[in-house]
Design a protein. Sequence first.
Length: 78
Amino acid sequence: MRLNTMNQSQMMILESFAGAQDEQELNELMDVLRDFYAQRLEREMQRLWDNGTFDEKVLEQLRGQHLRTPYHYQAELA
């Protein structure tokens, strides 16, 4: 994905990370972003559960499935 321009949110995040004084502060900022998205995901999962889109039946269907994208490694040419 190539970005030609950044929106205001992207600029604010970039400036926040650029202002980090050390690795500990950088890690704290990353934790804040991870927590934000985890809470957002939790709210969406709860909404899907409450409206019946996601339930025990769907959960059981997903259990044990391998949903990761397969990676294909190309052998290096000598």
